[in-house]
Design a protein around this ligand. Structure first.
Ligand SMILES: NC(=O)c1ccc[n+]([C@@H]2O[C@H](COP(=O)([O-])OP(=O)(O)OC[C@H]3O[C@@H](n4cnc5c(N)ncnc54)[C@H](OP(=O)(O)O)[C@@H]3O)[C@@H](O)[C@H]2O)c1
Length: 355
């Protein structure tokens, strides 16, 4: 079945989902659950991945399942073809990690098409792209829903934007922004090598298939960029110093060889843990932005520190501002996982259609 948008008798927002992986699948499951609860949702017309686009008819789960198992069809970029059929007021949900899709966010907004995204490559890479997205959504009616990009829908971005809109001045933002690294340093107590914890996290689905993406700090850098820009700080990616946990010898390997070489992580991290424990401190992987600059890396924090609390994959973020100048505003909660991410995407979709 090829994807053809159904003609509508009266204009009503239509939805196209790009990405049928972990998050895209959770999105379809939640979409159908909300439909059963009689929530008024835009019609999900097409689900697409990099290989195929399929019309949903009345069974998005069946289209999703066929798309996940499909062979590649032709060379035309699927996302361009499908979104090209949309009109102003329709909604694209980006549940990919695709650079090519993120590059289209601003042009889609400029055409009046709303963009809701879990993909951090829109607001979390080059400043010029983030500014184009901001300008395109400010100039017209189309909205940019990015609640799923940081903290999987925890009220982080919206709190920062509300403070700024209320005239507050944000001085510093610091946080444990990676659910997988939060889990790893909660788990790692020296009773087993760090590499064993990484394998455990990978088996539970907490890390990317290549765990170097988490361990390098790149994901946290993108999240810190998104938070900084929401606070009105025009930060470039290279203004953040990133202290990667991945030794050069591990970074140089092909993805297929990484698992066998994970033990390269063990000695340096055992030393960091031993140093921290000897002073009664806890290791946390933190992104921080303040008047002095921006950094991402491992820190040893006192047990009572705001960022040392929580457990599992909890994200924890402290916001220091004029209003919150003696004690920071603290936001903590589950900030990783497909279900909460899909819920954040659907919150943004509903915000757009119900505004
Ligand atoms: N997993 C989580 O818990 C989580 C949490 C928060 C945010 N996120 C973010 O959510 C996004 C999706 O994550 P995921 O874990 O679902 O990834 P995933 O399982 O790898 O799925 C990615 C999907 O994107 C599709 N895709 C790639 N390029 C495309 C294109 N040009 N047009 C249409 N579809 C395209 C892929 O299609 P093919 O299969 O054909 O390649 C695949 O279906 C990422 O940006 C990730 O950082 C994930």
């Amino acid at each position: 079945m090829s994807a053809v948008l159904r003609p509508l008798e009266q204009p009503q927002a239509r939805l196209v989902l790009l990405g049928t992986g972990t998050v895209g699948s959770a999105f379809v499951a939640r979409y159908q659950a909300l439909q059963q609860r009689q929530l008024s949702l835009p019609s999900l017309q097409v689900v697409a991945n990099s290989r195929i686009a399929l019309a949903c008819e009345d069974a998005p789960d069946a289209a999703l399942s066929r798309a996940r198992n499909a062979q590649r069809q032709g060379d035309t970029p699927i996302h361009r073809q499908e979104v090209g059929r949309l009109r102003a007021g329709d909604i694209v949900v980006d549940a990919t990690a695709s650079e090519a899709v993120a590059a289209d966010h601003a042009p889609w907004l400029a055409q009046g098409i709303h963009v809701v995204t879990a993909n951090k490559l829109g607001n979390g890479t080059a400043l010029a792209r983030a500014q184009q997205i901001g300008t395109a959504s400010a100039a017209g009616e189309a909205r940019y829903g990015d609640a799923a990009t940081v903290g999987a829908g925890l009220p982080l971005l919206r709190s920062i934007r509300a403070l700024v809109a209320g005239g507050d001045h944000v001085h510093a933002i610091e946080g444990v922004l990676s659910g997988s690294l939060a889990w790893l340093f909660d788990r790692y107590d020296g009773s087993q090598p760090f590499s064993a914890c990484v394998r455990e996290a990978a088996a539970a689905g907490y890390t990317e298939p290549d765990p170097r993406i988490d361990l390098s700090g790149e994901d946290v850098r993108r999240k810190l960029l998104i938070l900084a820009r929401a606070a009105g700080v025009p930060l470039e990616a290279d203004q953040i110093s990133v202290d990667s946990l991945v030794p050069a010898a591990l970074a140089a390997l092909d993805a297929a060889d990484v698992d066998a070489a994970l033990s390269l992580l063990d000695a340096p991290l055992a030393e960091r843990l031993q140093q921290a424990q000897s002073q009664g401190l806890k290791l946390c992987f933190v992104g921080r932005l303040d008047g002095q600059g921006a950094s991402v890396g491992l820190r040893a924090l006192p047990q009572g520190h705001a960022l040392a609390g929580g457990s599992g994959t909890d994200n924890r973020v402290a916001i220091h501002s004029d209003r919150y100048n003696t004690q920071p505003l603290l936001i903590q909660g589950p900030g990783a996982g497909a279900e909460v991410t899909a819920a954040a995407l659907l919150d943004d979709v509903l915000n757009i259609v119900n505004r």
